[in-house]
Design a protein around this ligand. Structure first.
Ligand code: SF4
Length: 457
């Protein structure tokens, strides 16, 4: 499934063949399309289209170009429409200092009115920003303590702006230009956007992607963005489609919120097994309780699966590069399940089986567990998380208290003797002394890897 989060299908370019345009989008898997208004008549047309076609939704707004001309009557009428059920956003709004068709002051006033409307209606903002980043960000910062949310559409800013936008809690949407051969700088910027904040759009009828560049754009062309983004993030095309659809759902309510916890979930060419949500830690950076998603997969389990249920749901496991015991929970909380399923995977000829663990398996099971996993697990990834016990307790709140940190070090020592590959990991968050952690891993004779904060999977 794909979601086109910004189009102008109400424009005259589609007068002759809108139905065909929508059918072509559907045929390419674009199930949801946001039609974005740019003034009162355009917002009304967008709303009418959303009411006429399934899968279309509307955003109401008055473009900053119109800021000096908009009448109070138009604004009040637009506000009145925001209650319609198919309206899912406010905009396009923002600031445009490139053309300055309206004065900066008028643009700022209108932008603030849109923000207030978004807050009153509990809807996200669709933001247009051209050569006005500083003012745009500082106005949004005035609302930093409010529940305001939104997206910077057709983003073309710098990595510095990405940081500011992400810190505000906003999403960032890319359109056709990321596919242009000479858009090297823009593609570098894309990489700095956390994939959990990434959206895709066509901005139809403008900015058709390669290889349709120069032609009228349409939502079905969003497919040309997917391989480019997949390559930039080192993910599969399926990953990008799933993640951006979930992001669209979380911001706009478009798409599907897959709230059934997955036991087996694929990212790139690895299959991950989420066998429990129980964990002997409660790490500050873990979204297990609050938002248990990883790369667009929902991992909140209502019930723990039996080994039979896990094995039956796996399909052809040999097509993956590796199978990893890793979910929102500590796999060794269910050691017997790990053993049974790993044995099954081994018999099926899986190339590589990995265990991601907090290293407290011995404490949890009250015995040394490494030997029991010999021959079943090829690679073990242990979350070291801190350079010492005190730091570990602050970051991970282990239920085993002071014993946890020492237990993970001892587990690592034994694991090195048993498994072909052992790696310790840390997350790059303040307070973690990466070099001291690297030294601990080196002293223990195991590999070491730094994980980016908030980059799971
Ligand atoms: S050890 Fe892993 S699953 Fe457990 S709380 Fe920490 S991050 Fe979450």
């Amino acid at each position: 499934m794909l979601v086109d989060t910004h189009t102008h299908l109400d424009f005259p370019e589609y007068e002759q063949d809108l139905r065909e345009v929508i059918e072509r989008a559907k045929a390419e898997g674009v199930e949801y399309i946001l039609v974005v208004g740019t003034d009162l008549p355009s917002s009304k047309r967008s709303l009418a289209l959303s009411q006429l076609y399934q899968g279309l939704f509307a955003s109401l707004g008055i473009h900053p170009h119109e800021a000096s001309r908009v009448s109070e009557g138009d604004w009040q009428e637009l506000k009145g429409l925001a209650r319609e059920p198919k309206v899912v956003a406010v905009g396009e709004t923002g600031l445009d200092y490139h053309y300055n068709y309206s004065t900066k002051e008028d643009q700022k006033v209108l932008f603030r009115r849109h923000i207030e409307l978004a807050l009153e209606s509990n809807l996200p903002l669709i933001i247009h920003n051209r050569e006005a980043t500083q003012d745009c960000i500082s106005i949004l910062r005035e609302y930093a303590t409010s529940p305001l949310k939104g997206v910077f559409h057709c983003f073309s800013g710098t990595t510095e702006t990405v940081k500011a936008v992400v810190n505000l809690g906003f999403y960032i949407s890319f359109a056709g230009p990321v596919t242009f051969p000479n858009a090297h700088r823009l593609r570098e910027t894309v990489k700095s956007v956390p994939v959990e904040r990434l959206l895709m759009e066509t901005d139809s009828p403008f900015l058709a992607p390669q290889p349709k560049r120069g032609k009228r754009n349409e939502p079905s062309y969003i497919k040309y963005l997917v391989p480019v983004l997949a390559q930039l993030y080192g993910l599969s095309e399926e990953d990008i489609s799933r993640i951006t659809s979930l992001n669209a759902f979380r911001l706009l309510g478009l798409g599907t919120n897959h709230r059934k916890g997955k036991v087996a979930y694929a990212i790139r060419n690895s299959l991950y097994l989420n066998i429990t949500n129980r964990c002997s830690n409660s790490c500050t950076f873990c979204p297990r309780e609050s938002l248990p998603y990883v790369k667009g997969h929902y991992l909140g389990l209502e019930e723990e699966p039996t080994p039979q249920e896990i094995m039956e749901g796996l399909g052809d496991v040999t097509r993956y590069d590796e199978v990893v015991f890793c979910g929102y929970g500590e796999p060794t909380e269910r050691l017997e399940v790990v053993k049974t399923v790993a044995r099954y995977l081994r018999n099926k000829g899986v190339r590589r089986i990995r265990l991601n663990t907090n290293g407290q398996g011995d404490l949890i099971n009250r015995r040394s567990v490494s030997e029991e996993l010999r021959g079943l697990i090829d690679s073990v990834c242990i979350s070291l998380n801190s350079q010492n016990n005190e730091g570990y307790k602050v970051l991970c709140s282990p239920s085993h208290g002071d014993r946890a940190y020492q237990a993970l070090l001892s587990f690592t020592q034994r694991a090195r003797e048993v498994f072909p590959e052992v790696t310790m990991t840390v997350v790059d968050i303040p307070g973690v002394d990466i070099e001291a952690c690297r030294q601990i891993a080196s002293n223990l004779g195991v590999g070491f890897r730094v994980r980016r904060y908030n980059d799971l999977g």
